[in-house]
Design a protein around this ligand. Structure first.
Ligand code: SAH
Length: 397
């Protein structure tokens, strides 16, 4: 675990001492576009990014290639270059005639432009800030471990779910990302790994977590498209095992039901953060629509359908949700289920009056859950010092 950045924590505590009025919003001085508790489901209407190969199923790619005046099999060739070799430069596709390259380049527009790259952990954690075609900013994080490489990707520019402890939630929703914009984050990581740019030698992406900016299930169609491109074998897609893909949600109950019907055995992570409606209504405002009992029911149905263990995400916030009685209540709600509880020490966002739990409270919380026989881990906080840890992705330049 990387050392805790002392200056960062002190700043958060300093501000809280000066701010006597309790408030749900930890984002003083920042561009707050949502009132506390306000939810935004429908993304603002905006110009759409250009159509890209990764937006399309293989059948649609063949049709698109034909429309461009090329033989349908060129779609397979192009797909191999993109999904297997991670090449988007048609100039390098020497198996294609020059005239074909020119035409087919229309299916590989540049969607993401890197603005900033920050690394830590000796280069094995790297966060990239991307600019989209319309100036919207999103971030992705690559984390290399001895046995796997996980990429944390964004699914929306901003987020409409307004969780008061989350940096992304404070800025509101700019727009939904397209399938290809989501996939491109993974392809760029895969490219860097294959080229040996990440310490540890050439490697592959093994895990994808939809835990960057945005609420994936509020951008359902594009996210499902991206999951399909990620798991389909080459040349259709990247061929990453669905078991390595995690979709994280605040708990959009109808969309959880739909996801269960997709036949994609991805892991569902549920950002619970409180076991009681009273507190969860404020920490995860979507709870005012779908209560703890409803969202847990949806999660158990998901587990029954997919046979995948539900990951319950719980950010431990000092003196807010870390009491032993809440651990007990959580334990009772989830015991004997196909579940794993992931405790995340809160990453304080700039200006937040909230901070991570005391170590002794964290330990007590773990013990109570273990008492109920619930599998529990405390998540590592990789990337914290580059603001790349959970909930810190704010895309400020
Ligand atoms: N919208 C989705 C996915 C993005 S957030 C969701 O909420 O699940 C990914 C995870 O980081 C969620 O569990 C979220 O609650 C958590 N998170 C957000 N802000 C955090 C913070 N400041 N500290 C720790 N975890 C945080």
């Amino acid at each position: 675990m990387p050392p805790r950045p002392q200056a960062f924590t002190n700043l958060a505590e300093e501000k809280s001492r000066k701010s006597p009025k309790p408030s749900n919003s930890p984002s003083k001085g920042r561009n707050v576009s949502q009132q506390p508790g306000q939810l935004t489901f429908v993304a603002p209407r905006r110009a759409k990014p250009a159509r890209h190969l990764a937006d399309l199923s293989m059948a649609d790619r063949r049709a698109a290639v034909t429309e461009l005046g090329e033989k349908a099999f060129r779609a397979d060739q192009l797909s191999r270059h993109y999904f297997e070799r991670h090449t988007a430069d048609v100039g390098a596709m020497t198996d294609l005639p020059a005239a074909a390259r020119e035409k087919l380049s229309a299916l590989l527009p540049t969607l993401l432009t890197p603005v900033k790259e920050l690394t830590t952990d000796g280069g094995t954690t790297r966060k990239t800030l991307w600019r989209l075609f319309d100036g919207a900013l999103v971030e992705s994080v690559l984390m290399r471990y001895p046995d796997r490489v996980t990429m944390c990707v964004s699914s929306q520019a901003g987020c409409g779910m307004n969780c008061p402890f989350c940096a992304t939630g404070q800025a509101g929703l700019t727009r939904n990302m397209s399938t290809a914009e989501i996939v491109e984050q993974v392809v760029s990581g895969a490219r860097a790994l294959a080229a040996g740019e990440v310490p540890g030698g050439p490697g592959r992406v093994s895990n994808i977590v939809f835990m960057g900016m945005g609420e994936p299930l509020a951008n359902y169609k594009q996210v499902i498209g991206a999951v399909r491109r990620i798991v389909e074998p080459a040349p259709h897609g990247l061929g990453i095992s669905a078991r390595g893909v995690t979709v994280s949600t605040v708990g959009l109950v109808p969309a959880i039901g739909k996801l269960a019907d997709e036949g994609l055995p991805v892991t569902l992570a549920l950002s619970l953060h409180a076991p009681d409606d009273e507190l969860r209504d404020t920490l995860v405002p979507i709870n005012t629509r779908w209560k703890v009992a409803e969202v847990l029911d949806a999660a158990w149905s998901y587990a029954a359908r997919t046979k995948r263990r539900i990951s319950i995400e719980y950010a431990l916030i000092k003196d807010i949700n870390d009491q032993e009685w809440r651990a007990d209540l959580l334990g009772k709600l989830v015991r004997n289920k196909l579940v794993h509880v992931n405790l995340i020490p809160l990453n304080p966002t700039p200006g937040s009056k909230w901070t991570a739990s005391r170590p002794e409270d964290e330990r007590a919380f773990v013990r109570r859950l273990e008492f109920h026989g619930v599998p529990v881990t405390v998540r590592d906080t990789r990337g914290r010092e580059i603001d790349g840890a959970c909930g810190q992705l704010a895309a400020a330049e």
